[in-house]
Each structure stands twice: as C-alpha cells, then as structure tokens.
Design a protein around this ligand. Structure first.
Ligand code: FAD
Ligand code: DLZ
Ligand code: SF4
Length: 505
C-alpha cells in the first residue's frame, strides 16, 4: 500500500482527537517504543510499563477502527532507538515524503523536530488537548510584570464559563482554598482508587520492563494503572463518586500508610491523553450542580486542572529553554541517596519516598511540602531535584514537572510561579499529618540532635538566603521573628543545621 503521509503519535499523545486532521485511508500512523525516550532520565519501572502498555492498547484500538498503524516495539531488531530515527526509517521503508507530528510536550523533542524539519517535509500540528493554546497564553502574559495563578485562573474561568453564574463566580467567590485545610484522624480509611487487572498485553510489557529496565528504580509488582481510555474513565468515575466530595476539605492532608487520601490519581491518564481536561472539569462541575459534591471541593479540583495545570504549561513554553537553568539560590548540594531508597529516619520523607518508589505516585502535598520542602531547605541543586521528579512519577513530563519543581517547589525561578517559597518547618507537617507521631525526631524540639531537622533547616534557609528573600513582603514576619530571637538561640539553630547538612553531604 502506498501511503501519502506518516503521522507520528508519541507515548503521551494517546488521544483519538489528535487524529482529527489525519486521513484514515492514506496516512500511516507511527508509534514507537524507543530507548532514547525510555532512558533520557531513569524512569520509574511503573511509568515505562504504563506508557508502553497504554501505547500498545491504543495502537490496537486504532487498528480496530481501521487506521493503518506502524508500531515499533522496543525489542524489534530494526528499532533505531529514537523517535527521529524511527520517523526516518519508517518513512524511508514506505517511501513516504511527508510527515506530520503533534507538537511534543518537551523542549528536547521540540528541538529535535525543529532540526528534522530542515531535512524533511514535516508539519508540526498544535496539540489541541489544552484549554489554552501556547499563543493565547503568551498573549495573556504579555505586558504583565508578574504571572499570578489567581489572575490566570479567573481569566480561564471566564473564558471557559466553568463554575460561572452570569459572569460571576459560582457561590460568589473565585477560590475556596481557605476552607480546604482540614486534617484527618489517624487510621481514617479513605476510598481506594480504581485498580485495573493487568491483561495479557500489560503482562507482556511488565516482563519486558523487568528484563530491559531491571536497574531502574521502583517496584513493578502489583501494577494496577489503567492503560485504556475506558479504564481511565472508570478511575475518574470512581474518584467523582467516592472522593470528590471530600477532595476540598482534605486536599492538604497527609496520613501514614495512606498513599492517595482523597486525591483523584488521574494525572498519569490525563497527561498521556487517556482523559480530557475539559471533560474532567465538566464532570466535576456536574457533581456540584447535582448536589453530589460541595462547591469548595469542586472549585478546588477544577482550579488544579483549569488553573494550575494550564498555567504551568504556559510558563514552560513561555520561558524555555533558559527556565531549566534557573538557580535563584545558587544551590549546589547533591540530592541525598534516600530520595532513591527511602532509607531515612525522617518519617515524613520515608513515607513520601516509599509511596513514590512503590507506586510512581505521591500526592501534591507530599511532593510540595515534604520532598520539595526538604530539598529547598537543604539547598539541593534544583537540576538534580528536577531530574528526580521527572524520573519517579508516572505523570512526569517536562512541560508539567519542570515549572512545578523549579518554580513552585524550589523557587529557583526567583518568584515566577509563586510569590514566596513553599518553605516550612516541622510544625506545618505536624499540623497536616500524623507523621511526626512515629518519627525518631521530635517535632517540638527546635534544635539539637533529637530535634526535627525541618525546624532548624527552615531558619538556616531563611538566614542563608536573606539577601534574596529579605525584601519579600510575605516573609516579613518570619524575618522579624528571627531578628527578635535571642542570639544564643539563633546560634543553636544555625549550628544544628550545619551539623545536619555536613552529615547529609
Ligand atoms: P489531584 O490532587 O487529584 O489533582 C487533580 C489534577 O489536577 C491532577 O491530576 C493534575 O492533572 C492537576 N494538578 C494538580 N496540581 C497541579 C499542578 N501543580 N500542576 C499541574 N497539574 C496539577 N503533576 C503532573 O501531572 N506531572 C508532574 O510531573 C508533576 N510534578 C510535580 C512536581 C512537584 C515538585 C510538585 C510540587 C507538583 C508536581 N505535579 C505534577 C503536580 C501535582 O503534584 C500532581 O499533578 C498531582 O499530585 C497528581 O495527583 P492526582 O492526579 O491525584 O492529583
Ligand atoms: C516517557 C516515554 C517513554 C518512557 N517511552 C516512550 C517511547 O518509547 N516512545 C514514545 O513515543 N514516548 C515515550 N515516552 C513519552 C515521551 O518521552 C514524551 O512524548 C515526550 O517526552 C514529550 O512529552
Ligand atoms: Fe518529618 Fe520532622 Fe515530623 Fe519527623 S518530626 S516526621 S522529620 S516533620
């Protein structure tokens, strides 16, 4: 068969709507498992298994619907090892002169495609799966001194009409975050996310991952992610039925041996294209209108997808590639080994990292206020922190991971994504979790060998970076408290931090 065009779909482009401009009769779709994508960071085993299995299921689905698909498996003898290599090889084999690709989610591939377009006839189509295009985000950003989520979010609520009553926000307020800070009692049972049984395709992929990626981090046993659109829909429905009503209240809560609390656990499906952001938001909105879920929960949930997710992507494409190199605090400490092993006496970190290793998942507050907060306070090199987050989570692609890490979590962008660093002492973790009850360290002690390290690291961080943060209005109170502190107490804080950080190195 003579094809007119090669149409490339990447591993996170598993959405039929991307084929709206493709031709079933004359296009050959290309999907390829390639080593370069599977190893540009040491991905978690479950992340690779999820994507390969979802890719294989999607390819089968497309073939069932009559599409012509060339699917390269990782172990195919003639696999060239890279996306660009596969485009050239397959186009050459089928004598195809024209190629189309959907714009990739990472700068790395954006550059590779741009370079390839010098050699071959390559059309790069905008990815339609976002609620604002890159160009419209750039227009929104134009002329603004500060890019603030709240402004962007209101703009998005207005432009999509989500949770709007006659041009006014539903319930009269844009944001119900103040209501979303409840804590959970120890041992509270929360609903489990939907778990899928691996079928033969998934089992085959798990064996491949065990064989080819045995040195990568993370567990592969007990693989339960959805790998098809239908199953991802089930996961979403289960979240809306069982968890959404409590999502708002307990959005910031953490509990020992509770990996998911009331979170949706859908980010990997959404980012790979198995779910659609507008559809998710509309279904959450319906749950509010039908009385199934309260406004603080639905608004909080929609804000994450309509607000944060789109904002983060906009920032990525607006500021790359220089954004990746940002290191506002000039932080250079090595990432501690326990990020890869979970072997640490700090119970909060042990919990967040062990969930990560087991599930290729951790919820937002674990990422932000435990692993992220520690790296920030300890002055870890933001690039190493970025590589870690990009490797370990099943939902991680640079467009979404990088601004969350460099910007929101490490404040390495100097205040583009957030107005102040998410730095907190043990007190915050103690308030929002039950972790401290089972910790070898004492959260009530401020310094010394028994004290919670977050307590003295917090002050050490503020003092160390005073030249950069001292004028930040939002940090006025902490700096004033420090200045009012007894000098000997100040010395104790700094000394404890020094001893701890030396051991860490
Ligand atoms: P829920 O808490 O149920 O939230 C619902 C959805 O909102 C998520 O599925 C996600 O699509 C979206 N969302 C929520 N917060 C954010 C956010 N800050 N940015 C973008 N989308 C958001 N999210 C990723 O999808 N990929 C990443 O690689 C990633 N890296 C992160 C790194 C750091 C340091 C931090 C602090 C956050 C990161 N996040 C990332 C955002 C957030 O932590 C995850 O989206 C969320 O934990 C996924 O779990 P969930 O599906 O249960 O989310
Ligand atoms: C993450 C990933 C992995 C592990 N493997 C592949 C692959 O073999 N083939 C592929 O097309 N995509 C893969 N991906 C997803 C890509 O890395 C992702 O599409 C880019 O990073 C752009 O977001
Ligand atoms: Fe974490 Fe400190 Fe609490 Fe231990 S005491 S769990 S280190 S916050």
């Amino acid at each position: 068969m003579k094809y007119k065009r090669l149409f490339v779909l990447l591993g996170d482009q598993l959405s039929p709507r991307l084929l709206d401009h493709a031709d079933k009769e004359s296009d050959l779709l290309l999907m390829a498992e390639v080593m370069q994508e599977a190893s540009y960071v040491p991905h978690h085993k479950k992340k690779i298994a999820f994507l390969f299995s979802a890719m294989r299921h999607f390819a089968e689905e497309l073939q069932t619907f009559g599409w012509h698909v060339h699917y390269t498996k990782l172990d195919d003898d003639d696999n060239s090892g890279s996306i660009v290599g596969e485009i050239k090889r397959v186009a050459n084999f089928h004598c195809i002169n024209t190629t189309a690709c959907v714009a990739p989610g990472e700068w790395r591939l954006h550059e590779a495609y741009t370079e390839l377009a010098q050699d071959i006839d390559l059309e790069i189509i905008e990815d339609p799966r976002f609620l604002i295009s890159r160009g419209d985000f750039a227009d929104w950003a134009k002329g603004r001194k500060l890019y603030r989520l709240e402004d962007f979010y209101r703009f998005m609520r207005q432009s999509t009409g989500l949770l709007m009553d006659n041009n006014k926000p539903a319930g009269g307020k844009w944001n119900y975050d103040q209501d979303n800070r409840k804590t959970l009692r120890r041992g509270t049972n929360t609903p489990e996310p939907h778990r899928s049984e691996p079928d033969s395709l998934t089992t085959e992929v798990i064996e491949l991952v065990k064989k080819r990626f045995h040195n990568n981090l993370g567990a592969i046993d007990n693989f339960w992610f959805a790998v098809t659109r239908a199953d991802a829909e089930r996961a979403l429905a289960r979240f809306i039925d069982n968890c959404l009503p409590n999502f708002g209240d307990y959005q910031d809560a953490m509990l020992t041996n509770n990996d998911f609390v009331y979170h949706s656990v859908i980010s990997m499906y959404l980012n790979a294209g198995l779910l659609d952001p507008l559809d998710i938001c509309q279904r959450a909105e319906n749950a509010y209108h039908s009385g199934h879920a309260p406004l603080n929960a639905v608004e909080g949930f929609i804000r994450q997808i309509l607000g944060w997710r789109e904002f983060i992507r906009g920032i990525y494409w607006l500021l790359m590639p220089e954004y990746r190199e940002r290191n506002f605090f000039d932080a250079h400490r090595e990432l501690p080994d326990f990020y890869w092993t979970a072997k640490t006496d700090m119970h909060c970190l042990q919990q967040a990292v062990s969930t990560t290793l087991r599930e290729a998942y951790a919820h937002h507050i674990q990422r932000l206020m435990v692993t992220g907060n520690f790296a920030l306070l300890a002055g870890i090199n933001p690039n190493q922190v970025h590589e870690w987050y990009l490797s370990v989570y099943a939902d991680a692609y640079e467009w979404v991971e990088l601004p969350n890490t460099i910007g929101m979590s490490q404040f390495a962008d100097g205040g583009i994504v957030g107005s102040k660093p998410y730095a907190a002492s043990g007190n915050y973790i103690n308030k929002m979790s039950d972790y401290c009850k089972s910790c070898r360290y004492d959260v009530k002690q401020k310094y010394g060998s028994e004290a919670c390290p977050f307590n003295y690291l917090y002050w050490d961080f503020l003092v160390r970076n005073r030249d950069k943060l001292g004028k930040n209005n939002r940090l006025f109170h902490p700096y004033r408290n420090w200045d009012r502190m007894d000098r000997s107490k100040q010395q104790q804080y700094l000394k404890s931090a020094d001893v701890f950080l030396q051991q860490l190195s």
